[in-house]
Design a binder for this molecule. Sequence first.
Ligand code: ADP
Ligand code: MG
Length: 240
Amino acid sequence: MSLLSVSGVSKRFGGIVANRGISFDVEPGELVGIIGPNGAGKSTLFEVITGFYRPDEGEVRLDGARLTGLSPDVVCRRGIARTFQKLRPFQGLTVLDNVMVGALTRTTDVRHARERARELVGKVGLAEKAEAHARTLSTGQRKRLELARGLATEPRVLLLDEVTGGVDQRTIPELVRLVRSLHAGGLTLLVIEHNMRVITAVAQRIVALHLGEVIADGPPDQVTRDRRVVEAYLGLAYVP
Ligand SMILES: Nc1ncnc2c1ncn2[C@@H]1O[C@H](COP(=O)(O)OP(=O)(O)O)[C@@H](O)[C@H]1O
Ligand SMILES: [Mg+2]
């Protein structure tokens, strides 16, 4: 059985069909990339998987159990964590406290939550910023913070929305290393990423969306050469 199963998911906003009959499965330990031009429906799909939006049709299952219809906090407890494209740390809290919020979804023991948070803050490379307020962080640092906060909820699947989006070029390799190390540690990841170089370097499989539909699903070298994918990117073809 697949770990995560998306089947026939459609989501409309008035006349806009953001997701149209999307189906794909994610196996345990896989790192699946989601690509597609702006407006393709990538973030909406994450909102549906995490219970922030209810799909008009279709459903999402984790290990065979239906997630659709559950609230975001219940979906999180079931084992799905996510980062946001528009970063949302608690600005007035320190880095450590932000991550503790995640850890406290798994334990009521504050001391244990703090230890776990400190460990994860170190893991994402923010140890020196542990006591800094979130609002003082750079975009790249805030991405790391969101990652640590997501990891603190002990997810079975971690969803990352545009990991390298908006961060300066120099910090991209570090973020890539971090994502790779999480995957190497056995975590299952679903990663939306605009940077083709990054996604082809980390993903084992890529699902390409265009106008809310899956237009390709397969190994990176195959998907990036797919005629419909190249056309959807209007000549912005990535040549490996
Ligand atoms: N809350 C919303 N209300 C209305 N339209 C939305 C909403 N969220 C997304 N959309 C529309 O759905 C489409 C897909 O958006 P989105 O999922 O954000 O795409 P992507 O993340 O691939 O850029 C776009 O046309 C977008 O304008
Ligand atoms: Mg998006």
